[in-house]
Design a protein around this ligand. Structure first.
Ligand code: URA
Length: 251
């Protein structure tokens, strides 16, 4: 955004409030520019360098932001829901234009990207770019050689087309998540990497080989691994390096 941006425009672009609301807030003395109360809503500011506060709290004027979230179970991936807690309830950013990139089911945990970069969001989900996503999956049953072959080759899950080839790995660490007790006998932890994002895709792939999913956790998105220090429900901004690798993955 330009160096000489009107305060009311900045607030509305950031999704904090409309221009009319901003005018009102200015009149009420709620908005300050570099510590001095703003007199008019058309006052000019430099979003890169000026300190802008609303009710004494600094406004984050960076326009495009990228968060990595460790999604908890029981929370839906939606912007808003009248009945259920949503992932956006965990984002304290206050920006109205943030949206999750793709969806994780209510009971799925792990890596969810949240951004207001609509273009990158679109690209990361586009089948054209085949961005890989790796899931840690606890299944009811033990994969046989033929199951692995079918998952790897691509299989019929009831859509028009079979799934694209996937990568199957059996991790050495048999815990589903670090620090948890070992899963029950007769179950297995599997790492599955897919490059599509069809509805309930992972669950349907394992259903197709007769080994239903008991738990599902996304551990990486494109080249980025979920930060092990993020507790469920926590989020942090992507580092410059992570962001660059993500942009490269979608190019
Ligand atoms: N596949 C599923 O079945 N569920 C998810 O949440 C993500 C991928």
């Amino acid at each position: 955004m330009a160096q000489n941006t009107r305060i009311d425009k900045l607030f509305s672009v950031l999704g904090i409030m409309s221009r009319t609301e901003c005018k009102k807030a200015v009149k009420q003395g709620k908005i300050a520019l570099n510590g001095i109360p703003c007199r008019t809503a058309d006052a000019k500011c430099d979003p890169q360098t000026d300190l802008i506060t609303l009710d004494g709290t600094e406004i984050d004027t960076r326009l495009i932001v990228y968060y990595m979230m460790n999604k908890p179970a029981g929370v839906i991936t939606a912007a808003d829901d009248p009945r259920c807690e949503t992932v956006m309830d965990y984002v304290e950013d206050g920006r109205a234009d943030l949206a999750p990139v793709g969806r994780l089911d209510k009971d799925t945990t792990g890596f969810l990207l949240i951004t207001n970069d609509g273009q990158l969001n679109h690209r990361l989900l586009s089948p054209r770019y085949h961005v890989p996503k790796t899931y840690r999956v606890l299944i009811d049953g033990i994969l046989e050689e033929n199951d692995v072959k079918r998952l790897e080759k691509g299989l019929d899950i009831g859509d028009d087309k079979p799934t694209l080839p996937a990568i199957v790995n059996i991790p050495e660490d048999r815990h589903f998540l670090p620090g948890e007790a070992l899963p029950e006998d007769g179950t297995q932890v599997v790492l599955l990497t897919i490059t599509e994002g069809r509805f309930h895709q992972v669950k349907r792939m394992f259903e197709a080989v007769g080994k239903p999913v008991l738990r599902l956790h996304r551990q990486s998105f494109g080249p980025i691994e979920l930060d092990p220090d993020l507790e469920e429900g926590q989020l942090r901004e992507l580092t410059e390096e992570e962001l660059q690798s993500l942009i490269n993955a979608a190019n």
